[in-house]
Design a protein around this ligand. Structure first.
Ligand SMILES: Cc1cc2nc3c(=O)[nH]c(=O)nc-3n(C[C@H](O)[C@H](O)[C@H](O)COP(=O)(O)O)c2cc1C
Length: 330
């Protein structure tokens, strides 16, 4: 164990003990960029890995879990966004997943029974006191508290520090991981000091060697600042009316210049801007897909999601180098 740099709280030590971690750092589920190699690297660096499976087929989900298990003994979770049906949950269980983390909704008692029968630990993302009270009634093993600084789809409606205070107040001895805008040692310290048991990083892990994000998207994360992020419902195709934070791009600029019209009246709405060279899918402007390595075309016109911690993203390191540096940085 090498956590001499910080005096970790009892909450952090408990979280690290439950999940057998070296550091109280959790990978955020970040859709396409977060495939098996990133989760493996995060686990092998002593943190908790993530496999977002909401939009991954059951067969592919099974394979990804098996791949991670074959390359690490570390802990990782499968993530399901409950605005969508968790089609891959049964295959994830069959593949031996040990932790499942839900966001944007609460699991049904049917799902919870299934997890408990298989001794699977459960995390739930919340963003307010009320959301936390509802989630705690389901007896989760941990909560994630998201703040509005987060990149990607933002369930939160208030800044992380305030949301965390509310959630910690009701969570009592259930560990709470803080998520949104965390990319450097200073922000890790800040939220651990505020009482979070762990911190969650999304955008920071997207800009690493092992992430499957498109190189132009990784470079944009390095080159951009927090003020280049926009928070809106612009990318309405695929997940209508869900707020998200992303880098300002051509799609957002066109929509803004036209006065933010609703779907059906947006400029360039029927343009095909990009495609996936592996499965041939075509992406229209305003689709919510993330630019990944198999995306071709005007990739940055899709969803270059980014949180407000990107000022601290200045390179594209390996995960191992990143974690070592974050832990020793002053
Ligand atoms: C590219 C990208 C994709 C995301 N996809 C998901 C997802 O599939 N499920 C989910 O619960 N959250 C998703 N999020 C939100 C993250 O889980 C997390 O809340 C966010 O990354 C934290 O903020 P940060 O990026 O500033 O670290 C995504 C975020 C990004 C940047």
């Amino acid at each position: 164990m090498t956590f001499s740099r910080r005096n970790l709280s009892a909450a952090s030590l408990k979280f690290m003990d439950i999940f057998q971690l070296k550091y109280p750092i959790v990978q955020a589920p970040t859709d396409g960029p977060a495939t098996a190699p990133l989760a493996i690297a995060v686990c092998n660096a002593g943190c908790m890995g993530a496999l977002p499976l909401t939009w991954v087929s059951p067969e592919m989900s099974y394979q990804r879990i098996q791949e991670v298990k074959a390359h690490t003994k570390g802990t990782f979770f499968a993530n399901f966004v409950l605005n969508f049906i968790p089609d891959a949950l049964d295959q994830a269980i069959a593949a031996g997943i040990e932790v499942v983390q839900f966001s944007w909704g609460l699991p049904s008692s049917y799902i919870i029974d299934k997890l408990r029968r298989n001794r699977i630990k459960m995390g739930i993302q919340v963003a307010s006191r009320q959301g936390a009270i509802q989630a705690l009634a389901l007896e989760p093993d941990y909560l994630v508290c998201q703040g509005m600084e987060a990149g990607g789809h933002v369930q939160a409606a208030q800044p992380l520090a305030r949301a965390l205070q509310e959630v910690l107040y009701v969570a009592q001895d259930i560990p709470v991981a803080a998520s949104g805008g965390i990319s450097d040692a200073k922000s890790i310290d800040k939220y651990l000091d505020l009482g979070a048991a762990a911190v969650v990083m999304g955008s920071r892990f997207v800009a690493t060697q092992e992430s499957y994000a498109h190189p132009l998207y990784k470079k944009a994360l390095v080159d951009s600042a927090a003020e280049d992020t926009v928070y809106s419902v612009c990318l309405n195709r695929g997940w209508p009316n869900a707020t998200h934070r992303m880098l300002r791009n051509s799609t957002f600029n066109m929509w803004e210049a036209a006065g933010y019209p609703q779907a059906g009246y947006r400029p360039g709405e029927n343009d095909i801007v990009a495609q996936d060279e592996l499965d041939g899918s075509l992406f229209q402007r305003y689709s919510n897909n993330v630019p990944i390595q198999s995306t071709t075309g005007d990739v940055m016109a899709l969803g270059p999601y980014a949180g407000m911690g990107i000022d601290a993203i200045q390179d594209i390191p390996t995960v191992e180098a990143l974690i070592t540096r974050l832990w020793i940085e002053d």
